[in-house]
Design a protein around this ligand. Structure first.
Ligand code: NAD
Length: 356
């Protein structure tokens, strides 16, 4: 018998073509919100304004100033805007950066958040917030930042460039992969994670062939939802820690870094995580999960190595030191030598060799 604790959180999820404009006002009404501030990044401003138009009188403003990793001054300004407009809720339209800004508004003001995601980052399904101050990114968990409604609209993702489609999709796969060996995974989350990987890795090759295939876009968002739910319910291990360090300290791009590191982090952990590897093997139809993910990323034209992302060989030891400076759960004990080995192979970008 597998013992577990499973918590269900109050989130409504809508997935439908055209839902950004059609369902967001309904979700606002359902939550009793009448004065919503819509936030987005500068590139998502047009979509944010379309959502604002659909909200009509229930929208008090659009604030299109979200930036990657939520800089403290950006968060402060957005909180001021929300307060000065007397907002009673916030709609975050965009990728993890826009949703991250919405989460900081929710954390500081207690406002209810609705998320309308346009990437596969999964942030909309987690109670985790992030804030960058004095060059360092802090994260925390607080149930108040979890969106109460999530509106997935495949039409919003038709414009997602192929490169970001692939890396954002593999970012989602990374959430599910680490959830599968997390100490707090429940049987329901294990099923969710496995199905999330199956849906996402099935959709990605179709999207590289035809980025505007509405059905594949829908299946990718479905996968992102499941992978995000798995992320939100569990504690992440070595892979996420490494990517956090590489993004935070060395400024490497978020989704690209996840894509490059994942096969190597999994190759390292595989011998200590047989159940997770079996689930991932079923989802990917393979007996060599790290190798299959490496092959998939290459077939889809993703970046190949940390060197390609601009990381210098001299940075590897610093990154390994940071990634081992605090403890966190991981199926294999985290040692500086082990982490350095993962980083060295990811820096070179060779196909991972695993026996498990
Ligand atoms: P992002 O939100 O920064 O978006 C990347 C780029 O893509 C931006 O320039 C954006 O304008 C553009 N973009 C987004 N959607 C688009 C679309 N549909 N069409 C065209 N362009 C589009 O990147 P991301 O990968 O979604 O999110 C990364 C951030 O989210 C990081 O800061 C990461 O730490 C955070 N994150 C947080 C959690 C969490 O649980 N708190 C989970 C995952 C990611």
């Amino acid at each position: 018998m597998r013992e577990f604790v499973h918590e269900t959180r109050p989130v409504r999820v809508v997935l439908r073509a055209g839902a950004a404009g059609a369902a967001t006002p309904q979700e606002a009404q359902h939550l009793g919100l009448r004065r919503l501030l819509v936030v987005s990044g500068p590139r998502g401003a047009e979509t944010a304004r379309a959502v604002a138009d659909a909200l009509g009188d229930a929208c008090v403003g659009v604030h299109a100033e979200a930036r990657m990793h939520v800089p403290a001054e950006v968060a402060e300004r957005a909180v001021d805007v929300a307060r000065s407009l007397g907002a009673d809720g916030c709609v975050a339209v965009g990728g993890g950066s826009a949703i991250g800004l919405g989460k900081m508004i929710a954390l500081r003001t207690g406002l209810t958040l609705i998320a309308v995601p346009s990437t596969y980052s999964g942030s909309e399904m987690t109670p985790v917030w992030g804030l960058t101050e004095n060059g360092a990114k802090r994260t925390g968990r607080d149930p108040s930042v979890l969106p109460r409604s999530v509106v997935y609209d495949p039409e919003l993702t038709l414009s997602l460039p192929v490169g970001l489609t692939v890396t954002s999709g593999i970012n989602a796969v990374a959430h599910a992969a680490e959830a599968l060996y997390a100490p707090d995974v429940s049987p329901l989350i294990a099923l969710t994670a496995e199905e999330g990987v199956r849906a996402m890795t099935g959709a990605l090759p179709e999207l590289v062939a035809d980025p505007e295939d509405p059905d594949a876009r829908g299946r990718a968002l479905y996968g992102a939802w499941l992978c995000g739910a798995a992320l939100g319910a569990t504690t992440m291990g070595l892979h996420h820690k490494l990517c956090h360090v590489l993004g935070g300290t060395f400024g490497l791009p978020h989704a690209d870094t996840h894509t490059v590191v994942l096969p190597y982090a999994l190759a390292h952990n595989a011998p200590a995580a047989p159940e997770a590897m079996a689930a991932l093997g079923r989802a990917l139809d393979t007996e060599d999960v790290p190798g299959a993910l490496w092959d998939l990323a290459r077939r889809l034209g993703a970046p190949r190595s940390l060197a390609e992302l601009g990381l210098k060989e001299a940075d590897l030891a610093v990154a390994a030191g940071e990634a081992t400076s605090r403890t966190y759960p991981n199926p294999r004990p985290v040692t500086t030598e082990g982490v350095l080995d993962v980083l060295r192979t990811a820096h070179r970008g060779d196909r991972p060799h695993t026996k498990y």
